[in-house]
Design a protein around this ligand. Structure first.
Ligand code: GLC
Length: 633
């Protein structure tokens, strides 16, 4: 059961596709007050839990911290943060009373989840026009299904997008990509995709290819495909301002870039230097941008990742000038310690500044709308622009597309990745915790940068992280420019990596069919244990294991120097260790166990009476035999 309540005249975010009658706000069961901002306030019981909010730091149970819905180019995913790249405004309160709440509102929201007052939830909207959806269901999973039903079916990528993928900011020359391909194949390491980061472009211009690096790009793409490798280029939100660059000139002439208050193009600096920000909230601009992907699709490209679309703004021309002026005012004067901090703040404050987000505008049906009021839709609409265009032109399930920034609704046409994490052990666990939360919001095709983006990886960290990645729909190893090489063949003997990656391919038939079912049935692929065992006190508190599909539970090792871990079994299960073609099975009783797991083993727990299919290992999805399967138990 879903009830919809409306205040003011909300912006159409396109998140909900089901037509639902609007109920009288007098019947809204949660305390609603309307001052300058709309505020929802309600109390919950001491042991109640709160799930949801998609991509966010901290626990699976979100109670006890204060979060913000504000798509942020935030590279430090530490516990003090309030927001990351996505704005996923859906929670489920789980206690004696169980209900879901979706706040459909595209500007900033503060979610004080029993942080200021230990039993009070206070949700503050930066505005007074919004739709609220209050959702009841049999249990937590049922509530999520009700919600997912009204927001529409989740995106399904092509089958090959379930293969292992290698990425690195820094692969530039053709030879770099060929080396990655050959090193995987020669070391018995499976691979389906290699990513092209900004280095492939001509001066970081979207939809261009550097001809010095790729003299015949189409032939190169074809050759990779003949070797069963898909090349996946990045597309950034900002379009470089450059004379003679057709995308920029056309966008400018048609008025498709975001504007300053005086009607001129808003300009800011990102990787390419000064860019125009396409006005993805304008329907014509959105369609126009979607059609630009043809430039690469026509050369045989069948997958893309959309980046910097919160939008990330290193500086605006105005903002930088103001900071420079501050420096000029101080220059030559005696600077005390506070003066020094003033300089530092002036410079640091230039990046992703609220002043900038408040100072540019979208043209929506002829009306100027301040970016700040619709901020959380920007990246989602960029990706929908591409996703909708692809579906129309090529049909469903033909193109891989995923995004860094997102809002609920984008889950129908694309996936997401979790952005710039670190090569930290704690980020394996953070990766695990985000999976059920983003599934609740419809994002099924998702994953983190395996091995970690920032910082230097270690061999054991990568191996352990891959044993979680084996189960995530997007299984991509990615790292930042200048960090330690992170491909599976960079650490001496490749056998252990080959053992782990082979397990992914053995499990693809299971992972893929579970994924499809979850998309078709509005279900979650990953669930907290508490969703399945609501009366089990221990299961309710588990934050480092997940239920997968209807058959399994996963519990990866995520700590350094550990040869195993403690795991809680909420019922009798088979403990399976998969490694290459080897399978070890042990029956375990409900309760707490210490399990030992070697670096080349993938631990998996299967419920009694359930069975999962295994394929023979393969070096890519094209060579995977999905017909002749054996069963694990
Ligand atoms: C951003 C992306 C990252 C990418 C980099 C360079 O930081 O999140 O994945 O490698 O930009 O394009």
């Amino acid at each position: 059961m879903v009830k919809k309540f409306r205040i003011g005249s909300p912006f159409d975010t396109e998140a909900v596709i089901e037509k639902i009658e609007i109920s009288d706000t007098k019947d809204f069961p949660l305390g609603l007050s309307l001052g300058e901002k709309a505020v929802l306030k309600f109390n919950i019981e001491k042991d109640d839990m709160i799930f949801g909010l998609g991509e966010a730091v901290r626990g699976i149970n979100k109670r006890g911290w204060i979060y913000e819905s504000w798509c942020s180019d935030e590279t430090n995913h530490t516990e003090d943060k309030r927001s990351l790249y996505g704005a996923h405004n859906f929670i489920v309160v789980s206690g004696k009373e169980k209900f879901g709440l979706f706040v459909d509102f595209p500007a900033k929201i503060e979610w004080d989840l029993c942080y200021s007052e230990c039993d009070e939830v206070k949700i503050t909207l930066d505005g007074k026009s919004a739709d609220f959806y209050y959702i009841k269901g049999k249990n937590e999973r049922g509530i999520v299904r009700e919600f997912r039903r009204i927001i529409g079916k989740s995106y399904i990528p092509p089958f090959w997008a379930f293969g292992y993928q290698q990425s690195c900011w820094g692969y530039a020359k053709q030879e770099d990509f060929v080396n990655v391909r050959e090193n995987h194949r020669n070391n018995n390491l499976p691979l389906d995709c290699i990513y092209m980061d900004i280095d492939y472009m001509e001066r970081f211009k979207d939809f261009t290819v550097n001809r010095d690096l790729f003299p015949d790009f189409k032939a190169f793409v074809d050759d990779m495909k003949a070797n069963n490798i898909h090349l996946i280029p990045i597309i950034d939100a900002g379009v470089k301002k450059e004379k003679g660059y057709s995308v920029y000139e056309e966008g400018h002439e048609k008025g498709f870039f975001c504007k300053n208050a005086d009607g001129t193009d808003f300009e800011c600096g990102v990787w390419p230097g000064i860019v125009g920000l396409p006005d993805f909230l304008n329907k014509d601009a959105r369609r126009w941008f979607g059609s630009q992907y043809d430039a690469l699709s026509d050369l045989g490209i069948d997958g893309f990742w959309n980046d910097m679309n919160e939008p990330a703004i290193f500086y605006s021309v105005d903002g930088l000038n103001k900071a420079m002026k501050k420096l000029d005012d101080i220059r030559g004067k005696d600077v005390d310690i506070w003066g020094f901090f003033g300089i530092k703040d002036a410079l640091m404050g230039v990046q992703n500044s609220m002043d900038d987000y408040s100072n540019f505008y979208h043209n929506i049906d002829g009306k100027l709308v301040c970016h700040k009021d619709v901020h959380n839709l920007y990246g989602a609409f960029m990706t929908t622009a591409a996703g909708e265009y692809f579906e129309e032109k090529f049909g469903k399930e033909k193109k891989l597309i995923f995004s860094r920034a997102s809002y609920i609704g984008a889950h129908r046409t694309s996936g997401i990745w979790f952005g710039d994490n670190f090569s930290w052990w704690s980020h394996i666990l953070l990766n695990l915790k985000m999976l059920p939360s983003v599934n609740m919001c419809g994002f099924l095709y998702c994953g983190a940068d395996l091995g970690g983006f920032n910082n230097n990886v270690t061999r054991d960290l990568l191996l352990r992280w891959l044993t979680l990645g084996v189960f995530t729909p997007l299984m991509r190893n990615h790292r930042a420019l200048g960090t330690r090489a992170q491909e599976a063949y960079q650490f001496g003997d490749c056998k252990e990596f080959s053992d782990v990656l082979s397990v992914r391919y053995r499990l693809i038939p299971y992972i893929y069919s579970t994924f499809r079912r979850c998309s078709e049935e509005d279900d979650m692929m990953f669930r907290p244990l508490s969703f399945d065992y609501p009366d089990d006190k221990i299961a309710r508190e588990v934050e480092d294991q997940l239920m997968l599909g209807d058959e399994c539970m996963i519990a990866p090792i995520y700590e350094q120097n550990k040869n195993g871990r403690t795991v809680y079994l909420p019922e009798d299960m088979s403990f399976v260790k998969l490694s290459g073609e080897n399978v070890k099975i042990e029956k375990l009783k409900k309760g707490i166990h210490y399990i030992s797991v070697e670096l080349n083993e993938v631990p998996l727990f299967i419920k009694n009476g359930k069975n999962i299919p295994l394929a023979k290992p393969a070096l890519n999805t094209a060579e995977l035999d999905t017909e002749n399967l054996t069963y694990l138990l």
